[in-house]
Design a protein. Structure first.
Length: 384
C-alpha cells in the first residue's frame, strides 16, 4: 500500500517542532510496511518568504510547495491557486515515487483541498483527519468555506482525534460516521523506564507552546495557592518561545515562586521523555484542545494527568489515567492537584497501572491497525 499525506502544516528547518507528530506517525506507518510520502502545500501571508517547489529526500519523502494567500478566504481564487500548486507537486511526486493508492489530508485548510485535487488527478480515494477545533467554528459562506465543504463531503473517510470533535465535525459539515483515532506515542515511550515518584517533593509538569489557550498563567495562579500550603511542591514548565518564557519568568518572580517553578523553553523532541519524567503529574488545562499528545505520552510513562474538559482532555483522560476538570475552574483544579497526590499515597503501583492502561489505547500498533483498516476500506470502496 502506498499512502500520501497532505498535511496543512509540517516540520521544517525553521520550525522543526511544528507538526512533528505528523512525521512520527508517518514513521509508524512506514515501520509497518506501508510506503509513505508527503505533499505539503504551505500557505503564506503576503510579504512572507515563499519557497520554490522542492524535494526533501528524508526518511519520509516530501514534496514542498508554497504560495501566498489573502487571509480569511474572502477572494474566489484560493482553492484554484492551491489546486495549481498541488498539481505541480503531484507531477514531481509521481515521477520520483510513483502514484499512491490513497491520500490522507490533515486539517482542512489547505490539506483537504490538496487531497481533493490530487484525488481527481490520480483517480484515487482521499480522506481527512481534522486536528483544529477552530476549523469547526469558522464562518460559513466565504469562497474558502464553500470549497472546504465540498471537499469534506466528497471524502471517503473523515476522522478526528477525540469523540467530541468527531460529533462536532459531523454536525458542522452535515455528515455521519466520522471516526475517532487516538493520538499515539512512539514505542520508545513504553520502553522507557517506568516513572518513579520524585524523592525531593512532588512535581507537576506542564508542556505546551505557552500561548493564552494553554492557560499557563491560570495554572500558575492555582499552583501559587496550593504551594502556600505545600511549599515542597514544584512546577516544571516546558516549551514556549524565548520572549514568552521571559514574560512568565517575570510573573513567577512577582508571585515569589522562582524557587518552585522552572522553565526549559523549547526543547528537542528527543528530550521530551526526560522532561515529562521529571514530573509526577502532567497538567494541561487548555481552553481548547483537540487531542493532546502529551496526555498519551505521560500515560505511556505511567504518569497521571490533569486535563480540562475540552474535546481532547475528556477523550484522552479517563479515571484510569488522571482527572478532568471544568475549563477555567480554579477550585476544581486545586482539588485535582491534591487528589493526584492522594492517589500516589494510596497506590504504590499507580504508575504501573497507568502505563498498562495506556497500552490499551495509545500504542503504535493500535494506531497503525486502525489506519490500515481505514485505508483498505477507502480503496475497496472507491468509485471513479
Amino acid at each position: 500500500m502506498h499512502v500520501l499525506w497532505t498535511p496543512s502544516w509540517y516540520p521544517s528547518e525553521e520550525h522543526p517542532n511544528n507538526g512533528s507528530f505528523f512525521l512520527e506517525q508517518l514513521q509508524m506507518l512506514k515501520g509497518s510496511g506501508i510506503k509513505c510520502g508527503v505533499i505539503w502545500v504551505e500557505t503564506k501571508s503576503l510579504g512572507q518568504r515563499k519557497a520554490p517547489l522542492e524535494v526533501c529526500e528524508a526518511d519520509i519523502p516530501l514534496i514542498h510547495n508554497s504560495m501566498w494567500l489573502v487571509p480569511k478566504g474572502i477572494l474566489p481564487f484560493d482553492a484554484k491557486t492551491i489546486a495549481r500548486k498541488s498539481l505541480e507537486a503531484a507531477k514531481l511526486y509521481e515521477q520520483k515515487y510513483g502514484k499512491p493508492d490513497v491520500i490522507h489530508a490533515h486539517s482542512v485548510w489547505p490539506g483537504v483541498i490538496v487531497a481533493q485535487t490530487l484525488s481527481e488527478y490520480w483517480q484515487i480515494p482521499y480522506g481527512l483527519t481534522e486536528h483544529r477545533p477552530s476549523s469547526l467554528e469558522a464562518e460559513k459562506g466565504t469562497f474558502r468555506a464553500k470549497a472546504i465543504q465540498k471537499a469534506v463531503e466528497a471524502a471517503s473517510f473523515t476522522v478526528t482525534v477525540s469523540d467530541g470533535m468527531s460529533e462536532k465535525l459531523d454536525k458542522y459539515y452535515g455528515l455521519t460516521g466520522t471516526q475517532t483515532v487516538a493520538l499515539p506515542v512512539r514505542d520508545e515511550f513504553f520502553a522507557a523506564p517506568l516513572h518513579a515518584p520524585q524523592e525531593d517533593g512532588f512535581v507537576f509538569v506542564h508542556i505546551s507552546n505557552l500561548d493564552d489557550n494553554k492557560r499557563t498563567e491560570f495554572t500558575l495562579e492555582v499552583f501559587q495557592k496550593i504551594h502556600a500550603q505545600q511549599p515542597n511542591l514544584r512546577l516544571h514548565i516546558v516549551g514556549g518561545a524565548a520572549q514568552r518564557v521571559m514574560e512568565l519568568k517575570d510573573l513567577v518572580q512577582r508571585m515569589e515562586l522562582s524557587e518552585a517553578v522552572t522553565f526549559t523553553g523549547q526543547v528537542d523532541r528527543e528530550q521530551i521523555i526526560f522532561e515529562i519524567n521529571s514530573g509526577d503529574c502532567m497538567i494541561l488545562v487548555s481552553a481548547l484542545e483537540a487531542g493532546g499528545t502529551v496526555f498519551a505520552e505521560a500515560t505511556s510513562l505511567g504518569i497521571p494527568s490533569i486535563a480540562s474538559a475540552t474535546f481532547g482532555g475528556s477523550y484522552m483522560i479517563r479515571k484510569e489515567n488522571g482527572i478532568v476538570v471544568a475549563i477555567d475552574d480554579a477550585e476544581e483544579l486545586e482539588a485535582a492537584m491534591n487528589e493526584i497526590q492522594r492517589r500516589y499515597a494510596q497506590d504504590s503501583q499507580l504508575n504501573a497501572h497507568i502505563r498498562e492502561y495506556g497500552s490499551t489505547r495509545f500504542t503504535e500498533k493500535i494506531f497503525v491497525t486502525r489506519h490500515k483498516e481505514i485505508y483498505e476500506a477507502a480503496i475497496k470502496g472507491a468509485e471513479f
